[in-house]
Design a protein around this ligand. Sequence first.
Ligand SMILES: N[C@@H](CCC(=O)N[C@@H](CS)C(=O)NCC(=O)O)C(=O)O
Length: 249
Amino acid sequence: MLKLYSFGPGANSLKPMLALFEKFTFGQQFTVHQLNPRNFEHHADWFKALNPRGQVPALEDANLPEGANIITESTVICEYLEDAHPTAVKLRPTSHYDVAQMRCWTKWVDEYFCWCVSTIGWHRHVSTMVKDLSEAEFEEVVARIPVFEQQVKWRRAREGFPADLLDEEMRKVAVSVRKLDDHLADNEWLAGGVYSLADICNYSTAAHLTMGYDELVNTEDSPHLLRWIDQIKARPAVVEMYAKVPREF
Ligand SMILES: N[C@@H](CCC(=O)N[C@@H](CS)C(=O)NCC(=O)O)C(=O)O
C-alpha cells in the first residue's frame, strides 16, 4: 500500500497524485492523506518526522522497512513510482532520447516554471493565511518552519513581496506560457509523443494559469496550451482524481 501526504490537487502535490491515479486503484493500492495548510499541519512535529523539510508531497511505501519508507520531492516520487512500482501504464517514453527530453521538461518545471507561478500564488492566495495573525501567532508559525528560505517566504507573504520581484516573476510566467504553447503547437504531448511525467509535472503548475492570468492564457494567445490542459483534464484518471480528492478544506 502507498500513502501520499499532500495538500489538495495543485502544484507539487498534484504531480504524484496524477501519477498514482493513472497507475493504481484509489483506496485499494494507494490512499491520500491530506494535510490542511491553513492549520500549518505540514509544520507539525509528526509530519516533520516524516519529511524534515516540512513540505508536501511525501510518499510512504509500506513495502519498505520502517524508518526508510518515505520518498520526498514531487518529481522524484513520480520517477520512484515508475521504477519501484511498474504497471501496464507507463508514464515515461520508451527511448532513452525521449526520456532525456521528458527530464528536460520536468527539470524545467522544477527549476524555473513552478517558482515564478508559486511566488505569484503566494502573493495572491497564501498571504491571506497569515495576514490576520497577531505578531506573536505569526512568530509561532515561523518558529515551526524548518527551512530558513521558507521562513523568509512566509515573512514576505505577510509583509508583501517587493513589486519589482512580482514584475520579474510575471515576466517569467509569460516566458513559460510562450515556451509551452510554442512546443504544443507542433506536438500533442511534451515528450516522445506520449502522455508522460513531462505532461504531468508541467500540467500541475500550468493548470493553475487558467484562473487569474487572462492576459497571458487565452484562446488567442495560447490556444495550444489550453487544448493540452483540456486534453489532460478529460483523461479518466484525472476526472476520477478531481472527483475523489477534495480541492480544499
Ligand atoms: N521541491 C519540493 C517542493 C515542495 C513544496 O514546495 N511544497 C509546498 C506545497 S506545493 C509546501 O509544502 N509548501 C509549504 C511550505 O513550504 O511551508 C517538491 O517538488 O516536492
